[in-house]
Write a protein that binds this ligand. Structure first.
Ligand SMILES: *Cc1c(COP(=O)(O)O)cnc(C)c1O
Length: 398
């Protein structure tokens, strides 16, 4: 058996690789440079172009570009009319922003449990958490796999809830052949550097609903409108006039970030293809290892994974998740954990949320880790990752 690096052996590789990283190419840099040399570096044509490109790509009627994915979620909650006392059902196995967006509006995040095989929110658990205060569902396409749209749609229709999809992980995925972005009432994207395509920072909301679209537009630019049809005091003295008709924020994105996102969107299929190749290779390798459980893919999903998660069957191993994590790290394959259940954080604990709320999510959390997945990984990198997992498993096999 190979000696683990953490016990003084040689690591599987010399340079460290991480769970995710951006892929920026020369034409991306050129697109940003051209915009920086143009007349508009914000509020210009690139933002419109980004919104049109997102509509075209997702099939949604409307898109609003914003400065990050968190702002996208906040705008969606504003458009959904979330206010003090309103409940918003979401998953605990996500980045905090999926729940914080309800708090920004004075609402209350309510955590539904997850499916033990897909790790996505369990529609039956959504149903079980509905009260007369429930107003919306924020369903996260965890690691890129779309949530169960038919089931969640049916529940939202039955109880008149707004269906917000947190698609920070899933921009290149489809559900029943339809692209993410045109399925839920509102879909929120993030263009952070670890996500499938990036703008450095960036985000967007897509929707097919004109009324929601108008609210999203107001929410991301101070609640100010230049559209006479929406003004209360029109007609005005001149075209310089505008009105603030709601309380909004400055959540605008710059034109040079929009230029980068447009450029990246143009190559998303190539990125997605490479991610899928790597996922297929990992699945093939790990499905033969009883100690490693891989994420289940539902038949409706055509997933471009943003994260690749292995679940350790700790009953078959002599180590803890922490020991496995540290051993992988010493092999120069740096894993990450996605995510600590949101309601475990002190801020949530102080609001009265307690451990044990979502037992499935807590159990899955205690056994998972994310391993490197991004388009720039070479075949050699991928084999190094597999080698490291096999080596660590071999050393800790019961
Ligand atoms: C990244 C992420 C966000 C937030 O996006 P930012 O652009 O970083 O604000 C929200 N939800 C999930 C699930 C994410 O992974």
């Amino acid at each position: 058996m190979e000696k683990l690096a953490i016990k003084g052996g040689y690591p599987v590789r010399s340079g460290k690789i991480y769970y995710g990283r951006q892929c920026i190419e020369e034409d991306d840099i050129k697109a940003v440079e051209e915009t920086l040399r143009s007349d508009f570096i914000t509020c210009g044509p690139k933002v419109d172009e980004m919104e049109r490109a997102l509509c075209e790509y997702t099939g949604a009627k409307y898109a609003v570009a914003v400065c990050n994915g968190t702002a996208a979620l906040h705008c969606a909650c504003i458009a959904a009319g979330i206010g003090p006392g309103d409940e918003v059902i979401t998953t605990p196995l996500t980045f905090a922003a999926s729940a914080n967006c309800a708090l920004y509006c004075g609402g209350k995040p309510v955590f539904a449990d997850i499916d033990p095989e897909t790790y996505n929110i369990d529609p039956e658990s959504i149903r079980a958490h509905i009260t007369e205060r429930t107003k919306a569902v924020v369903a996260v396409d965890f690691t890129g796999q779309p949530v169960q749209h038919e089931a969640i749609r049916a529940i939202c229709d039955e109880y008149h809830l707004i269906f917000i999809e947190d698609a920070a992980h899933s921009i290149a995925s489809k559900y029943n052949g339809q692209r993410v972005g045109s399925l839920a009432d509102m879909t929120c994207f993030s263009f952070h550097p670890v996500k499938t395509i990036t703008g450095g920072e960036g985000g967007a909301i897509t929707t097919n609903d004109e009324a929601l679209y108008k609210k999203l537009v107001l929410a991301h630019t101070h609640g100010i409108t230049h559209d006479e049809a929406q003004m209360e005091d029109a007609p005005h003295e001149g075209i310089w006039c505008y009105e603030q008709i709601a309380l909004g924020y400055n959540y605008r994105i710059t034109d040079f970030q929009a230029a980068l996102i447009v450029s990246q969107l143009g190559k998303i299929e190539r990125f997605a293809q490479r991610r899928k190749e790597i996922v297929a290779r990992y699945n093939e390798a790990f499905s033969q290892m009883p100690e490693i459980i891989i994420q289940k893919e539902i038949p409706q999903a055509d997933t471009c994974r943003h994260l690749y998660i292995i679940q350790l069957d700790l009953d078959k191993l002599t180590c803890t998740r922490r020991e496995f994590f540290d051993a992988m790290s010493a092999e120069n394959i740096q894993p990450q954990i996605h995510y600590v259940p949101v309601y475990w954080f002190p801020y949530y604990r102080h609001m009265g949320y307690e451990k044990g709320l979502c037992p499935v999510a807590e159990h899955i959390y205690s056994r998972i880790m994310s391993i490197p997945l991004y388009p720039l990984l070479t075949d050699k990198d991928v084999e190094d990752v597999i080698h490291a997992v096999k080596k660590v498993v071999a050393n800790y096999r019961k």
